[in-house]
Design a protein around this ligand. Sequence first.
Ligand SMILES: [Zn+2]
Length: 478
Amino acid sequence: MSPLISATLESAAARSGCSAVELNRFNQHLHTLPASQAARINPYEFADSAGIAREQAVDLFVHCAKLGLFDLEWGMVCPLCGAVVRSVSKIDHVAEDTVHCCICNKDAETILDDTIEVSFAYSPLGAAFDLHGDYDAYQDFFTSYSHPHGEQLRSYRERYAIADVKIEPDGQANLPLILKSGEVYRLLCLDTHSGAEIRVIEKDKLAGTSEAPRLSLSEAGFSEAAVDLPVGASTLILNNHTEQTVWIRALRIDMDEIQAILSSGSAQYGPRLTGKHLLNNQAFRDCFALHEWAPDLKLKLRNLTLLFTDLKGSTALYDREGDLAAYRLVQDHFAALKKAVSSNSGAVIKTMGDAVMAAFPSGECGTAAAVAMMVAMQEVAKGRKDDVGLKVGLHAGPALAINSGSNVDYFGQTVNIAARVQGLADAGDICMTGVLNDEEAIPALLIRSGYEGHSEVATLKGVSVAERVYRYHSAQSS
Ligand SMILES: [Zn+2]
């Protein structure tokens, strides 16, 4: 390893709060990865194999990416076949609505917590990594690292491939094919993520020309959506008009078998870093200021947990102790809250006066952070006689990620409701809506942490239907 890489890793480790042991494990594992895997690293799988906590590994990857040692990639994944339809280095290049999967010939909705998968490419690999070295590695590169049916689909694609050819930039190649009557075939090019249908025509029905059938490929895909070829042996002439080497494969399509694979077993993705996880990672938000983003960015989230806090008694505090002392207490409280958020996979989205808005990938993380905040707040207010206390509210639901001018903010009714629920809390209360309280693990976590709860029906301003709100309070402090 070069001294420069070594120094960069050490600097990133220091910034991410990573220990010497963790850094050593990270470093060793990184250098045992084959180039094809180092070109698209699943940070969770990497952390598990290296023996590092996942959150710690993600923080280290993010700091390394900031220093240029890794390229951060946002992959748009087809939920049906797991193909990485497109991979971009900036979140504002993620398609807002849908992307088209050429393998399935279907549109897939882009959703940050579902079809957006983040990976890291080890940049020193650079040109040393030959993407077209072997087909398996090439195919893996363009396939989700955590798709629930990944192995079966990979095996399907191997068994049903009938021919493939590699073509240099501006090159031409012949693809020899033997086609059976009544079958369906597709041509696929993963480099440009494009596909074309091969229609098998009986020889006597094929429009009589002596010219050999041909297709060309540009950055925009194949020149035609379909090509007619005769039953039996034939040759398709392919032209590569792109500036890169491409691999084109012909595949027989058996929808019954594909359906059987997709409906078998669990539909659960393996461990993966989704777009939602990364947006709610404090290190990512701290490292990548997003003022250069597209101002009209709007990306959908299916389920985001939002937490709002407020500090009770802070106005009286300014009155009594003066601005400077009050300011110090408020700042200490912000620092303690931020720590409680980031150590539970969340990020502080913004602060407003003495209030904090934070977001989490799951309700459990949000609740754990709320409990940690209450503990931290006791420490901050230790030795004080006044009733400075924290009021916390949580809610979860769909939201839009938008550009707030300097970073990602969240928008939508879920945000409004979370803020209103916080408004119902008194000092020391953690209030939440039914969607969170219905998740078994959440009340269990609170009870384990010494909280008691009861529910009430509340009318929230700006919300047409009354919400059932669950109010939890520490049994020791009451
Ligand atoms: Zn697909």
